[in-house]
Design a protein around this ligand. Structure first.
Ligand SMILES: Cc1cc2nc3c(=O)[nH]c(=O)nc-3n(C[C@H](O)[C@H](O)[C@H](O)COP(=O)(O)OP(=O)(O)OC[C@H]3O[C@@H](n4cnc5c(N)ncnc54)[C@H](O)[C@@H]3O)c2cc1C
Length: 373
């Protein structure tokens, strides 16, 4: 009896591995040769993202019977992140788009888009940085909308939205100018002629992520593209998943930084052992994060304040540890990692993105300080 319960527990604790394993194989075989081009910004890997969708990479976290399990999605993002941080970020963008549609109560939207997002037929992302910052009193909402017959008209601009292209979609939020204190979450359809995608200035990394400034010039958003109105309760429902999925980027990146340190162990251990941070410490940290992530990822609709604080604390530590691991990998590599052709310097640039993408380190610290407004 006791041993049966123990074995059931052990199996339950394991994430469903097959999709993440398949994603890992695609990452090593098909993504690895593209990673340098994606980093340089000469490649936006849309074909690969669609192929990953066919393999099930974007569908495992959709809710069933009111419950959702993000473990496999996070493991898949991590598998991509072990090879390419920019692609892990695009995976997160796509997964959040799926997450929004799958949680919407708008039957027309769900019927028309949920499957197409989940199987990668339609690609896209999320423009929630500005709204997420606005909820914590960091900046004001940049999009404004008003109700009209059959939908809303929206105007304004978002400075950065990733994983976009001419036929892509993303979820974002506007403030109603005709109903004070009311916010609406919707899907923006990039093929709408009143939406313009403006290329961004080159970034430190992430240039191959299809990131654009997006302008809305009195865009008509039909009711079938409304994710939630009012959006407040919806945001509360999806926010833990939004953040937990990001931890996949950190898990993959930290794992590769450990790999990099291991790779230079044979030629350089006699001197690298004087460095204060060793791969063993990051292995322990990675295992701890993975355990906490997998525990939290099984219950993304948990409304306890203590759960939310664990999610935020984990995300903060994951950003800090990404930068620390990439920094340690650089020091372990020495001049080898200083070569542009070595991935250590790419990992360092990617690590900073984990720490600055919304919710950024500074916002997470504000959130943990309990300072919501
Ligand atoms: C490569 C990349 C991809 C991104 N992809 C997305 C995405 O897909 N979706 C999304 O919602 N967000 C995206 N962002 C935004 C990101 O999530 C963060 O919001 C952003 O990095 C800043 O966060 P922060 O909290 O540090 O804000 P801060 O940098 O402290 O403040 C941000 C505000 O400062 C001002 N600001 C900052 N930089 C400039 C500038 N160069 N010129 C003028 N004003 C400026 C703007 O008002 C901006 O809203 C992306 C950012 C980058 C760099």
């Amino acid at each position: 009896m006791g041993s049966m319960a123990a074995s059931r527990l052990a199996v339950d604790d394991l994430p469903p591995a097959s999709v993440a394993d398949q994603v890992g194989t695609i990452a090593r075989k098909e993504l690895a040769p593209l990673a340098a081009g994606i980093d340089e910004g000469t490649v936006y890997p849309d074909a690969l993202l669609r192929r990953l969708g066919e393999a099930g990479a974007w569908s495992s976290h959709q809710p069933e019977n009111g419950a959702a399990d993000l473990r496999c999605a996070i493991q898949s993002i991590a598998a991509l992140g072990e090879v390419c941080g920019a692609t892990a970020f695009m995976a997160w963008c796509q997964d959040t788009l799926v997450w929004y549609a799958a949680n919407s109560n708008n039957p027309k939207l769900v019927a028309k888009y949920a499957d197409k997002f989940a199987n990668g037929q339609i690609l896209g992302g999320t423009g929630l940085s500005n709204p997420m910052k606005s909820f914590f009193g960091i900046e004001k909402l940049k999009l404004r909308g008003r109700k009209v017959e059959g939908g809303y008209v929206v105007r304004g601009a978002l400075p950065w939205v990733s994983n976009l292209g001419a036929d892509h979609f993303f979820g974002t939020i506007f403030k109603r100018e005709d109903a004070p204190d009311s916010i609406v979450m919707f899907l923006a359809d990039c093929s709408n002629p009143a939406i313009t995608l403006q290329p961004c200035k080159p970034f430190l990394a992430m240039d191959g992520t299809g990131t654009y400034g997006v302008q809305f010039r009195d865009v008509f958003v039909p009711d079938e593209l409304i994710l939630a109105a009012p959006a407040g309760p919806f945001v509360k429902k999806i926010r833990a998943g939004f953040i937990l999925l990001q931890v996949g980027m950190a898990l993959g990146l930290i794992k590769d930084c450990i790999n990099i340190m291991d790779e230079v162990d044979a030629p350089l251990s006699h001197i690298n052992r004087y460095l204060p941070q060793q791969p063993i410490q990051f292995r322990e940290l990675h295992a701890e994060f993975e355990k906490e992530t997998m525990a939290l990822a099984r219950d993304p609709y948990n409304t306890d304040d203590s759960y939310w604080r664990r999610v935020v604390a984990l995300r903060l530590r994951a950003g800090d540890a990404s930068v620390a691991a990439a920094h340690a990998a650089m020091l372990h590599c020495g001049a080898r990692g200083y070569l542009k052709s070595h991935r250590a310097q790419r990992r360092l640039r990617e690590a900073y993105f984990v720490a600055i993408v919304t919710p950024a380190t500074k916002q997470l610290r504000k959130m943990l300080a309990g300072d919501e407004r």
